[in-house]
Design a protein. Structure first.
Length: 173
């Protein structure tokens, strides 16, 4: 019977059956605390196409585990992409991946109540807990501040709609 080790115990270039006795989990992972943040967006107007909504700032080494969205019907229009932008000096930085978490998420079809959108695009459950830079496909941590963001790919038509996004994550600090 073979003995296998999880990713924090085997050497990166070896197989899961090769123990690396010197490898230890990083402090952010080994002693990290699960954190919770809530973002509420109540525009009091219809939101136009290509509007960029910056939700929350993260470090590129943070690990998002879950993104829950709640929203009533936004009218006859309302599609959004959920991704990552560089924070920049005034939360105006360039796009990293505009639809990393969700592509054309439909917020017009009806009530959404704590729908997990982490894997609405190309990610799957196996990607939960990876660092943001790993999710983006980078080979190393760029050590940057990134914003979780929404870009509206279709304008909303109802001025009375609102959106709440809840994020569960581990921070590497």
């Amino acid at each position: 019977m073979a003995t296998n080790y999880f990713s924090d115990l085997y050497a990166g270039l070896a197989t899961p059956s090769t123990l690396d006795a010197q490898k230890r989990a990083s402090a952010g992972l080994g002693h990290g605390r699960l954190r919770y943040s809530v973002v509420r967006f109540d525009p009091d107007e219809a939101v136009t196409i290509d509007s960029n909504l910056r939700l929350k700032q993260f470090k590129s080494g943070d690990r998002i585990n879950s993104i829950l969205i709640s929203s009533p019907d936004s009218g006859t229009g309302g599609l959004l992409d959920v991704g990552i932008h560089k924070s920049g000096a005034n939360h105006d930085g360039a796009v990293v991946d505009f639809d990393l978490f969700a592509t054309d998420l439909d917020i017009k079809a009806g009530l959404l109540s704590q729908v997990d959108i982490f894997d609405e695009a190309a990610l799957d459950d196996h990607d939960r807990g990876k660092t943001l830079w790993e999710l983006n496909g980078d080979s190393s941590d760029p050590m940057e501040d990134w914003d979780l963001s929404c870009i509206f790919s279709e304008a909303t038509t109802d001025a009375a709609w609102e959106m709440t996004i809840e994020i569960f994550y581990n921070s590497g600090d």
